[in-house]
Design a protein around this ligand. Structure first.
Ligand SMILES: C[S@@+](CC[C@H](N)C(=O)[O-])C[C@H]1O[C@@H](n2cnc3c(N)ncnc32)[C@H](O)[C@@H]1O
Length: 321
């Protein structure tokens, strides 16, 4: 099955770029991976403006070798600021062009570039729905300033009031602090339409399995050091798309977006500059997620009071005292 054989409903008859990896015919939902610069690949995709959800975790221009284990030819991650921003605005604009009118665009980005991206998206007329923060505990240690422990998860739409907006609140509910910490009866009898004792997640994301994917983390893929946790993509995809919707990730990396999208029954298109990343991502997409995707559904992320500090034994009195 190649790109031209796919039917995305209202796709235009354009000469399609050939994907590097596709699932075999009949292996639904479909998933296609392209290798190349997303600024060249996206305009050559056969679809026209049909992505219900786009999730982008771009290179941060932090001098990373994204093809460290590959055959060379990694993306230049040490560009002059002006060049990096030009590239950033270009891929953002291409994503906007391909985003459905009811669609959602998410960008995972550190402090370094969050402000520029937010301003650009606003200037393009997109509306910010949430500025979420992914908080993790294992930041890079520093002495001269506060340790970074977050990345921004920016949630934008063309039209948040669109009648076809995807917003599946029930899929992402958490047990409220009122239930899990305070035992407050009001949460059991609330009338906001949300399940008793539950609420939507807050805009700072953390908790079990939300840490950076490092060390001996079960999710960790060999030869990748920029992997996002599956729960992160689980939350975004469950909330902002429906089964059989089209999801796109222009910076696939180890493939987390594709893994979760496919496991949740979404169609998927991914792009990566590095051939080896694309190969590994495709293997991972076929293998599926490491953990069941609803294993955390309905749990609490309450910050519990600290456990009591162990008592220090009293000093032994000196002889003769
Ligand atoms: C931050 S990583 C993405 C990690 C991914 N979210 C995950 O969970 O594994 C960025 C990826 O973008 C790829 N990349 C860099 N520049 C690119 C470009 N111009 N077009 C497509 N992919 C690019 C890199 O090879 C790298 O794999």
């Amino acid at each position: 099955m190649d790109g031209e054989a796919l039917s995305w409903g209202h796709m235009a008859k354009v000469r399609a770029l050939k994907p590097a990896h596709t699932l075999k015919a009949g292996e639904l939902p479909e998933a296609r991976i392209y290798v190349g610069d997303c600024c060249e690949v996206i305009p050559s995709l056969p679809e026209r403006d049909v992505f219900d959800l786009i999730f982008a975790d771009p290179p941060f221009n932090w001098k990373r070798d994204y093809d460290r284990w590959g055959a060379g030819g990694a993306w230049d991650d040490s560009q002059a600021t002006a060049d990096y921003l030009e590239f950033t605005y270009q891929w953002l604009d291409l994503c906007i062009e391909r985003l459905a009118e009811h669609g959602s665009l998410w960008v995972n980005i550190p402090d370094t570039w969050a402000a520029e991206i937010v301003i650009h998206l606003k200037q393009r007329g997109l509306k910010m729905v949430n500025w979420c923060v992914w908080h993790y505990r294992f930041g890079q240690n520093t002495n001269g300033r506060f340790i970074n422990s977050k990345v921004h998860a920016l949630y934008f739409m063309k039209d948040p009031t669109h009648p076809d907006r995807r917003w599946n609140a029930d899929e992402i509910l958490e047990v409220s602090d009122r239930r899990s910490i305070y035992g407050d009866a009001r949460t059991e009898n609330k009338r906001d339409g949300v399940e008793a004792g539950h609420r939507l997640p807050m805009d700072v994301w953390y908790g079990q399995h939300w840490g950076r994917v490092q060390g001996n983390n079960k999710e960790r893929r060999h030869k990748h050091d920029n992997q996002l946790p599956e729960v992160y993509l689980g939350r975004v995809i469950a909330a902002c798309s429906n089964a059989n919707d089209a999801v796109m990730d222009p910076f696939l990396g180890s493939g987390t977006t594709g893994v979760v999208a496919r496991a949740m029954g979404r169609r998927f298109v991914g792009v990566d500059f590095a051939k080896l990343n694309a190969e590994h991502a495709f293997d991972r997409i076929k293998a599926g997620p490491v953990r069941s995707l609803d294993h955390l559904k309905g749990q609490s992320t309450a910050i519990h009071p600290q456990r009591r500090v162990p008592r220090v034994p009293a000093p032994t009195p000196e002889p003769g005292v």
